[in-house]
Design a binder for this molecule. Sequence first.
Ligand SMILES: Cc1cc2nc3c(=O)[nH]c(=O)nc-3n(C[C@H](O)[C@H](O)[C@H](O)COP(=O)(O)O)c2cc1C
Length: 187
Amino acid sequence: MAKVFSVMGSPRKGGNTDILVGRIAEGAGAAGAGVETVRLGELELRECDGCHACWRGRPCSKNDDMRLLYPKVADSEVLVLGTPVYWYGPTALMKAFLDRFVYFNCEANRPMVRGKRAAVAIVLEETHAETWRPVVEFFQRSLAYLEMDLAETIVVPGVGKKGAILTQPQRLEEAYRLGSRLAGNGR
Ligand SMILES: Cc1cc2nc3c(=O)[nH]c(=O)nc-3n(C[C@H](O)[C@H](O)[C@H](O)COP(=O)(O)O)c2cc1C
């Protein structure tokens, strides 16, 4: 059974990212995956400052909730990353989370993420591709650098207000099916 670990990177609980990531997790769970989701806004995460203690075989020097998240990332077969677009980038929460992946950027820790399947879920108010494309590229390039396999991407533009994504049931159905695919090995 695939373990799908989802990371919800909006500070807005019950908002569009939360709903979208929730639908992906539901689809994965219904297809037999083990699912766990965390909301970064409910956790304490400090910034990576490049001290590289992790590269010297030590635990991360920041004694915060990332110490709980590293093993969850490592133990999962699939990592789902959800964020709204904030000023043409991901949220500060999601950026802080991914900055801490410096931990996996050394030979000793790289096997914990190498080849791991990932999915990215992005929401935004605007509808221009120019707005969300840099965010997709940020994930594509970062995950590729870490030798991870970005298997699925879903972008839902045109959703600004909290819960606006509920007016796009077809996109939520798409997210559900994406989740089902993540549960298996097929694409
Ligand atoms: C600080 C901030 C910056 C934002 N920047 C953008 C932006 O650059 N482009 C855009 O289309 N929407 C932008 N938005 C709108 C959010 O992407 C949109 O409201 C989204 O649905 C929020 O997702 P959530 O409900 O999961 O928090 C911004 C919202 C906030 C609060």
